[in-house]
Design a protein around this ligand. Structure first.
Ligand SMILES: Nc1ncnc2c1ncn2[C@@H]1O[C@H](COP(=O)(O)OP(=O)(O)OP(=O)(O)O)[C@@H](O)[C@H]1O
Ligand SMILES: [Mg+2]
Length: 235
């Protein structure tokens, strides 16, 4: 469904990720794990067109998308839910959700209902300013907003960041539920390797901009190399 072929990308022509190749199949949850600064967000930014690759190609359903403008990539259904949530603080919950559908000619009310069912907590707070929501609620809103763009692939950047373990657990159950009910493919970026692997089908380990390990999540969970890679000790 999505294929990265030898992608090198970075900032000011300086590579932050090198020679990254991976695939994601329809309906899968794939996790990208690695320490601070490994290049996880850079990979998501490259897929979503915020950064143009220096080398390599990206294909979505066999069509090359490496050089497409951001809005074209959004229109294809590749939607980034960014690190740090980035909700519009001075807009209400409802307004934030509607903003998610900005590339659509009309609001899909069925999708809005689906989001309300998935996140009942948001439905109770539709008129509250997003900036006054708790961290967990903001993350749910950010995911809800992304869903309004009708993703085929959802790129989730560190959804657990700064959340209490109990909220994180709840959030990840919802992420799995969304995947099961809608069959949306999800790329899950996490520093919390164990958490990500427990909630994904396959995983890729990124270290210093390189892909160092990949496999089924259950295999990776039991691998000592993963713990080393995660701690930055793999050579
Ligand atoms: N806008 C930028 N300009 C220049 N360098 C950047 C920029 N954003 C990130 N980098 C660099 O690119 C490298 C990879 O950063 P990236 O944000 O992709 O890491 P990450 O794996 O997402 O880390 P974290 O878990 O802390 O979010 C780092 O060395 C970082 O300093
Ligand atoms: Mg990041």
């Amino acid at each position: 469904m999505l294929k990265l072929q030898k992608i090198t990308a970075g900032y000011n022509k300086i590579p932050a990720i090198m020679d990254i190749s991976f695939t994601i199949n329809p309906g899968e949850i794939v996790s990208l794990i690695g320490a601070n600064g490994a290049g996880k967000s850079t990979i998501l930014k490259t897929i979503s067109g915020l950064i143009t690759p220096l080398e390599g190609k990206i294909f979505f359903q066999d069509k090359e998308i490496s050089k497409l403008a951001i809005h074209k990539i959004v229109e294809l259904g590749i939607i980034l839910c960014p690190e740090g949530r980035q909700v519009f603080s001075s807009l209400t919950v409802k307004e934030n959700l509607l903003m998610g559908a900005y590339t659509k000619s009309k609001i899909d009310h069925q999708q809005l209902e689906f989001i309300y069912t998935t996140f009942p907590l948001l439905k109770k707070r539709l008129n509250q300013y997003a900036g006054t929501l708790s961290g967990g609620e903001q993350q749910m809103l950010a995911i809800g907003r992304s869903l309004m763009a009708k993703p085929q692939i959802l790129l989730l950047d560190e959804p657990s960041l700064g959340l209490a373990p109990v909220i994180t657990k709840e959030l990840f159950s919802v992420i799995n539920l969304i995947n099961q009910t809608t069959k949306i493919a999800i790329i899950l970026v996490e520093q919390n390797a164990t958490l990500a692997l427990k909630h994904s089908n396959r995983g890729y380990v990124i270290k210093s901009g390189n892909l160092v390990l990949s496999g089924n999540s259950s295999e990776l969970l039991n691998s000592s190399a993963i713990k080393q890679a995660y701690l930055g000790e793999i050579n």
